[in-house]
Design a protein around this ligand. Structure first.
Ligand code: AP5
Length: 210
């Protein structure tokens, strides 16, 4: 299955992608993570992306699309993939249709007030990409990744003022994509719940994977 996870920052796309990739045995590809890796490695692309990400703005389409095109050409995507954080503009959705065909688009809906609570408690693993929350999904050992043992950190763009801008950008530039996929009969909606496990149940139900 070629699946897209849509939703505002902090909706739980990465958290649910972790579950779905194990369930479906296909890779989850996060453009945010690809960009953060490029920033850490200090590549030209990473340097260009940095100023956009730090302010909570979208990185220009041309940079992200080339990055994604290269990732999708790798053989582990032959049996399907999950896209987390792509597309984010209607132009990106149209370009994606020229690269591959998409089966389903899951929109994970969460209110803005809840997003602010979630992102203030988020802790991430820069080595394997796992995401935790100090209250909702704490790691077994404080600030240590359950999966790979690396030290957890707080994302630069999780500062409140940056999160508020990311939400504005989501509503103005990304949310219209829902209509693009609804018109093509590919849109599925799941409402994010208080508990991660309840959201997972809802996601599996909506996608017909129970
Ligand atoms: P990206 O990394 O994609 O960030 P995002 O979409 O803003 O989403 P997040 O990763 O913040 O949240 P998430 O939905 O994955 O939530 P999570 O599972 O971690 O993008 C970062 C930046 O890169 C962008 O701002 C942009 O600049 C750039 N970029 C990326 N892609 C781009 C593109 N295509 N075009 C242009 N620019 C691009 O969950 C959040 C927290 O909540 C966690 O702590 C988690 O444990 C907790 N949680 C999850 N589910 C629940 C639940 N049900 N109940 C309680 N807590 C929960």
């Amino acid at each position: 299955m070629n699946l897209i996870l849509l939703g505002p920052p902090g909706a739980g796309k990465g958290t649910q992608a972790e579950v779905l990739q194990k369930r479906l045995n296909i890779p989850s590809i996060s453009t945010g993570m690809l960009l953060r890796n490029a920033m850490e490695q200090g590549t030209q692309l990473g340097k260009e992306a940095k100023e956009y990400i730090a302010k909570g703005n979208l990185v220009p389409d041309v940079l992200v699309v080339n990055l994604l095109r290269e990732r999708l050409s790798q053989s582990d995507t032959n049996n399907g993939f999950i896209l987390d954080g792509f597309p984010r503009t209607c132009a990106q959705a149209e370009l994606l249709d020229t690269i591959c065909s998409i089966d389903k688009v899951l929109s994970l809906e969460v209110k803005d007030e809840e997003i602010l609570k979630r992102l203030s408690g988020r802790r991430v693993c820069n080595r394997c990409g796992a995401s935790y929350h100090t209250i909702y999904k704490p790691p077994k050992q404080d600030m240590v990744c359950d999966n790979c043992g690396a030290v957890l950190s707080i994302r630069e763009d999780d500062k409140e003022e940056t999160v508020l801008n990311r939400l504005t950008v989501y509503h103005s530039q990304t949310e219209p994509i829902k209509e693009y996929y609804r018109l093509r009969g590919k849109l599925y909606i799941a409402y994010g719940q208080e508990e991660v496990s309840d959201t997972t149940k809802e996601v599996l139900r909506v996608l017909g994977l129970e």
